[in-house]
Write a protein that binds this ligand. Structure first.
Ligand code: EPU
Length: 429
């Protein structure tokens, strides 16, 4: 059944929002578990639909997976013999499925992973993943919509330089190299906290890795890894969502479990714009109750730069903040679908190439809008809170992919957000 959120405008969010483990780490760590025979346990796993899809993908590879969304645990029992194929049906539902590529080539010597199609935030290539695996000695080709990588006699260490610090390519090359013969250096790698989390888990499994979190990772290959227990790193994008929710609604939120250190660029921008930011014993707090904060210019960049995943929130914030500002998207070519929906809510925003110029208005005007991905959906709910009247946000399944029980968390902060059937007679074309 299709659902939508009904958002009643006019709330100033106040109180606590809890953040658990990161979607974009949990999914990858589930794939990492493939590298060791035996039972691996992940804790602090978010209760989101994407984890269910990844669990199904791993089951089809022969892994016994028990996901307890209430406890936040995933227990993966990996047998000696596992499959090597990730079907299109699952990959199209979950792009992060591509993260089984590295572990499968390393463990089984073969991976057939469906190539994900384009999605709402632009085409995303796999050329860097393929080049990295080839440098490690794999043969890689695309056939019938599948990326096939084979290394029948195993992988061997190499010196690799990524042309761009891609998160996904860094992960696949790292997870492939841990069982390679000899030493691998990977230069110009992504430095995201989720990469550090993967490296930490691999080290706890017996891998020998140095430099995670810097631009160069060195891996000394080992013969085998052992299963482990690992807690997923805190979700910096969910934490950043609450930071922007406080700022845009002129509220005051303590983000419990949030790590301010992982959000330096966005929190510094909000502080410069007139919000109060405070690191607390349990996380951090963002307050904008004193006055209407100022709009700010921002350009997305790989970590530690401003995250592309927070760009829709920066747009929503700028749409209602004081003054004019420009948001520049440098990572994904078509990640501006939020803009046309914000315009439906009365935002003054114009797209020019990979820039969006906004002139802040004090209040938006409630209307039906459509979310196109996880982040745009959550950003539109926040926009609805700063609108006069009701806003209906369709495409709630996108929001459910990334935010555990988003409407309940919103209500705990004083917002009037309810889930209801979406009775729109036509599908979007
Ligand atoms: N790219 C290539 N070739 C490659 C790999 C990447 O050209 O081989 C390009 C992409 O086309 C894109 C850019 O490099 O323009 C960045 O891609 P990257 O590989 O860094 O991103 P990703 O691994 O596909 C992850 C997150 C995204 C997040 C980006 C950037 C997951 C599952 N996804 O994607 O998160 O936006 O990093 O930080 O980890 C989300 O959670 O909603 C989401 C989209």
């Amino acid at each position: 059944m299709r659902e939508r959120f009904r958002v009643v405008g006019g709330a100033h969010l106040r109180g606590e929002a809890a953040v658990v483990g990161a979607k974009n780490s949990a999914l990858k760590l589930m794939a990492v578990a493939l590298l060791a025979v035996g039972r691996t346990t992940l804790t602090n796993v978010p209760a989101i639909a994407d984890v269910t899809i990844m669990a199904e993908l791993l089951r089809r590879l022969g892994v016994d997976v028990v996901y307890d969304a209430r406890l936040g645990t995933v227990v993966l029992d990996v047998p000696e013999r596992i499959g090597h194929r990730a079907d299109y049906e699952l990959v199209r539902a979950l792009r992060a499925s591509i993260s089984v590529l590295g572990p499968l080539v390393a463990r089984v010597g073969e991976a057939d992973v469906a190539v994900p199609g384009g999605d709402a935030i632009g085409s995303r290539g796999l050329d860097l993943h393929a080049a990295g695996l080839e440098a490690l000695g794999a043969q890689v080709h695309v056939t019938h919509g599948y990326l096939v990588a084979t290394a029948p006699s195993g992988l061997r260490g190499a010196d690799i330089r990524l042309d761009f610090p891609s998160v996904g390519a860094t992960e696949n090359v790292l997870t492939a190299s841990v069982l390679a013969r000899g030493t691998t250096t990977i230069d110009n790698v992504a430095k995201e906290p989720e990469i550090v989390d993967i490296a930490d888990m691999l080290v706890s499994m017996g891998a020998r890795i140095e430099g995670a979190g810097t631009s160069r990772i060195t891996v000394h290959g080992v013969d085998a890894l052992s299963p482990t227990e690992h807690a997923v790193v805190s979700d910096r994008i969910a934490a950043g969502t609450w930071a922007f929710a406080a700022a845009a609604t002129r509220g005051d939120i303590e983000v419990v479990g949030g790590v301010a250190e992982h959000l330096r660029a966005p929190l510094a921008a909000l502080e410069d714009a007139g919000c109060q930011i405070e690191v607390t014993a349990r996380g951090f707090r963002v307050s904008a109750t004193d006055r209407r904060p100022r709009a700010f210019d921002v350009a997305t960049l790989p970590y530690p730069g401003f995250p592309t995943d927070l760009q829709p929130f920066a747009l929503t914030y700028n749409a209602v903040a004081e003054g004019s500002a420009m948001v520049t998207e440098n990572l994904f070519e078509a990640r501006f679908r939020t803009v046309q929906e914000l315009a439906r809510l009365g935002a003054d925003a114009q797209i020019d190439g990979h820039h969006v110029m906004t002139h802040g208005v004090p209040l938006l005007s409630g209307a039906p809008v459509e979310s196109s991905d996880i982040r745009s959906g959550a950003a539109l709910v926040i926009a609805g809170l700063v609108a006069e009247g009701d806003t209906l946000v369709s495409g709630v399944h996108h929001i459910d992919r990334g935010y555990p029980r988003f409407e309940e968390a919103m209500r705990a902060l004083g917002a009037d957000v309810t889930r209801e059937p979406d009775d729109a007679p036509f599908d979007e074309v």
